[in-house]
Design a protein around this ligand. Structure first.
Ligand code: MN
Length: 232
């Protein structure tokens, strides 16, 4: 056993539907601009240029039904409804037709974003981390195992704030499909069991303020509810 000079931090993890056991999370990869209408609302042309990725730390994860304090430093805190893919098997240079073999399950996610900081970084050619990879920025509901839900490639993805529909799209509208994303990502990074992939958000992103209740739902995967409280 290795000795550590300070106490070990806990393993970041996500809940698993119908189980007390949890899914240990290694890294969180996120796809940028993967729905055409969202690319347009962000002022970019949707196209089939290679997808790009950013990451969040695993300890940014937040479970379903948690309250999240309005984040530090932002005045434009946004929701982003997303399908999350949980990788269960290591892989490198994965061919597209083998991609699905590496998936353990799927979950409903919310890619919280400090939009003002993200756009400032984008304009100045700086990294996106401060806009995307902050504390409590990766909300994830319980992961549903593939053996129970299969591989959802179509179906409603929807987000409401205080009951008002803000995002309403279909998983079939993804520019890059889940098998394509896994194959492309694994040609750049060695994918590991425990990695999560946030697959991008549809059009309609917008702000959250303290007191809001944000609910993301994906057909077949249930709901993810987050309440926003005052900034600490
Ligand atoms: Mn996103």
């Amino acid at each position: 056993m290795t000795d550590y000079v300070i106490s070990r931090h806990p393993v970041a993890s996500a809940a698993v539907a119908g189980s007390e056991a949890r899914f240990p999370v290694r890294r969180i990869f996120c796809v940028g601009r993967n729905y055409a209408a969202h690319a347009r609302e962000m002022g970019k042309d949707p196209n089939r240029d290679a997808p790009f990725f950013f990451t969040k730390p695993a300890d940014a994860l937040v479970d379903n039904h948690q309250t999240v304090a309005y984040p530090k430093e932002t005045e434009n805190f946004h929701f982003e409804a997303e399908l999350v893919v949980a990788i269960g098997k290591d892989g490198s240079n994965i061919p597209e037709e083998k991609s699905l073999d590496h998936i353990w399950g799927y979950a409903v996610g919310n890619d919280f974003t400090r939009r003002d900081l993200q756009l400032e970084a984008r304009e100045k050619g700086r990294p996106w981390d401060w806009g995307k990879a902050f504390d409590q920025s990766a909300v994830c509901a319980a992961i549903h195992p593939v053996e129970e839900v299969g591989h959802p490639d179509k179906g409603s993805i929807k987000l409401t704030v205080n009951g008002d529909v803000k995002q309403d799209a279909d998983l079939a509208e993804l520019i890059w499909s889940v098998p394509e994303i896994i194959s492309i990502l694994s040609h750049s990074m060695d994918l590991k069991a425990g990695d999560l992939i946030y697959t991008g958000t549809p059009a309609g992103v917008g702000p959250l303020v303290p007191g809001d209740v944000c609910v993301v739902s994906i057909e077949g995967l249930g709901e993810l509810t987050t309440t926003i409280s005052e900034r600490l």
